[in-house]
Each structure stands twice: as structure tokens, then as C-alpha cells.
Design a protein around this ligand. Structure first.
Ligand code: FMN
Length: 311
């Protein structure tokens, strides 16, 4: 008998715990020629804003040891075009559609959250609080506890669907930030977003990216992401979605074992468009080999007593 891979994130029921990470899977269409989107637990859409956004000047991508640097700058087609041009295609598939969103300031966050909450075909919302906008104080909502508290509270008030808040790792105590998100009523938390980073071309003495710095992702950040996920899982009761450097099924299982209910796969999609499906198959195979009938039995099964510090 096949093991059950079903998990729940708030009221969102996923057929398996593997989602695609925002910004790394386009609007789904781009990958549908490689994989059957029906197989995925869910698709987290590229960050969406009310109005279309051009993003940053090139170069915007650079390969690093075990990872990549990006400065896409949240380029997207905007709410109206997404609903008209992308959502109907996505709704042909039997998978959950989670829309990652952001605004230039809190009013915009609230407005787009309100619209998405009322949009048929959107199953859940993921709030991106690591916003690279320059002008307003809300740029700091990911790192300033009191801004985060107010932002989540006000967004929660207009969202009737599952609300996931995506944390930045660029804080001293990520578990503390997760607790704030939980206290203000979010249904789940996802982590981590990319790390601000920089690569210099020594001949031109300039940065390799148009914007000087960018976000580091990929296997290079995985151990940090696993540690952060472990800390957050211990601090909150709401479901956690683990993200960061997942390339194969064993990477994904690390996040589940420390307590994540689901995972999202990002940079790996650029290297191997089949990564998500291979990860789902690998998890299933592992459960069969281990004699486990239900994925939920492995979630949070970390044996801390096996380590000296806890003896
Ligand atoms: C090219 C690119 C674009 C991204 N765009 C977004 C975005 O729009 N919103 C967001 O919350 N995260 C975005 N991310 C962050 C990813 O969703 C993910 O959190 C991060 O890359 C870590 O996972 P990974 O190491 O598996 O890529 C982006 C990452 C990359 C590489």
C-alpha cells in the first residue's frame, strides 16, 4: 500500500508536502512542458503586486558556489493581468494555488491581500515581508518586530483564506518573528527567503549584479534554513513551510523531520525542472523503505535526545 502524503496547512489540504517556491517557477506554464503540474502539492506564484513591476536593471542573476544570486526586484505582471491571463491556465490543474504578494507600503499590502482573498481560484496567500522597496518605512517590516506585528494584523483582517507569512532570515531571532506572526493570526509561516549577498568582479572592480547586492539562494543556504526551521517549529504551533536549498528528497525530509509540514523548492527548479516531482517520488520511496504509512508520522520526529547537548 502507498503511504499517505497528505498534509494540512491551515484549511489548505495538500495532496503531498511539496510546493514550488515563489519566483522560481514562473506562473506554472513555463514548467508545464516538463512536468505534470497535477502531481504537485501546490504552486506558490511569483510575488504579485497591484500594478505591474519592471524589476531591476540587468545583470540580475549570477551563479555562486552551491547557489545563485538574484536581483530580479520582484518583477511581475500585476494583479489584473495575473487574474486574466495566468489564473485560468493554472486552474486547469488539480493542485493548490498559493499567491505570494507584496506592496510598496502597508496600504498596498492590504489592498492586494483583500483582492486576492476575494479572487476565485486562489487557494491561499503568502505574504512576502522581505520587500526591497526603498522609499517607505514598510521596507523594514521583515526585520522590525512592531512593524511586522501591525502589518500582519491589518492584512489578516482582510484575508479569509489561508494566510502564510514568509519570513526573512536577516534577523537576530527568527523564532521571535514567527511568534509575532502567529500571535497576529496568520495560519502558517514559511521560511526562509534569500540572504542579502554580493559578488565582485575583480577586473572591472564592480559588482556582478546591476543592483550591487542580491539575494543568495540554493544549497549554500540549506543548513541555515534547516536550523531556522527547527527553531521556528519549536516556537510556534501554526504549520511551518520549510524553504532553502532543497535539491532532492533527502533535503526535503530534513525540513519535515525538524517539524515543517511542507516544503517549497526554489533554485533547484532552474537546474532540474523535474526536481519537484523527483522529490515527491523520493519521499514516497523513503517512507515505504522505512515502513511509515503516513507522512505526518515523520513530521517533527527529530530525535534531540540522540545528541549530547540534550543528554
Ligand atoms: C530568481 C528568484 C526569484 C524569487 N522571487 C521571490 C518572490 O517574488 N517572492 C518571495 O517571497 N521569494 C522569492 N524568492 C525566494 C524563494 O522563493 C526562496 O525563498 C529562496 O530562493 C530560498 O529557496 P531556494 O534556496 O530553494 O531557492 C526568489 C528566489 C529566486 C532565486
Amino acid at each position: 500500500m502507498k503511504p499517505s502524503l497528505k498534509v494540512k496547512i491551515g484549511s489548505l489540504e495538500l495532496k503531498n508536502p511539496v510546493l514550488t517556491a515563489s519566483g522560481t517557477f514562473g506562473y506554472g506554464l513555463e514548467y508545464s512542458q516538463f512536468i505534470d503540474l497535477n502531481l504537485l502539492g501546490g504552486i506558490i506564484i511569483k510575488g504579485l503586486s497591484l500594478k505591474p513591476k519592471k524589476g531591476n536593471p540587468p545583470p540580475r542573476i549570477y551563479e555562486t558556489p552551491c547557489g545563485m544570486l538574484n536581483s530580479i526586484g520582484l518583477q511581475n505582471i500585476g494583479y489584473e493581468a495575473f487574474v486574466k491571463e495566468k489564473l485560468p491556465f493554472l486552474r486547469k490543474f488539480n493542485t493548490k494555488i498559493v499567491v505570494n504578494f507584496f506592496g510598496e507600503n502597508l496600504d498596498e499590502y492590504i489592498e492586494i491581500a483583500n483582492k486576492l482573498s476575494k479572487t476565485d481560484g486562489v487557494d491561499a496567500l503568502e505574504m512576502n515581508i522581505s520587500c526591497p522597496n526603498k522609499e517607505t518605512k514598510w521596507r523594514k517590516m521583515g526585520t522590525e518586530p512592531e512593524l511586522l506585528r501591525k502589518a500582519v494584523k491589518e492584512v489578516r483582517a482582510v484575508v479569509n483564506k489561508t494566510l502564510i507569512v514568509k519570513l526573512t532570515p536577516q534577523v537576530t531571532d527568527i523564532a521571535y518573528m514567527a511568534k509575532i506572526v502567529e500571535d497576529e493570526g496568520a495560519d502558517a509561516v514559511s521560511l526562509i527567503n534569500t540572504f542579502p549577498a554580493m559578488v565582485v568582479d575583480i577586473k572591472t572592480r564592480s559588482s556582478v549584479l546591476g543592483t550591487l547586492t542580491g539575494g543568495l539562494s540554493g544549497p549554500a543556504i540549506r543548513p541555515i534554513a534547516v536550523r531556522a526551521t527547527w527553531e521556528v517549529c519549536k516556537a510556534v504551533k501554526i504549520p511551518v513551510i520549510g524553504i532553502g536549498g532543497i535539491v532532492d528528497y533527502s533535503d526535503a525530509l530534513q525540513f519535515l523531520i525538524v517539524g515543517a509540514k511542507a516544503v517549497a523548492v526554489g533554485t533547484a527548479n532552474f537546474i532540474n525542472p523535474y526536481a519537484t516531482v523527483e522529490i515527491i517520488e523520493g519521499i514516497e520511496r523513503f517512507l515505504i523503505e522505512e515502513g511509515i504509512n503516513n507522512i505526518n508520522d515523520i513530521i517533527g520526529s527529530i530525535n534531540e535526545k540522540a545528541n549530547n547537548a540534550y543528554n
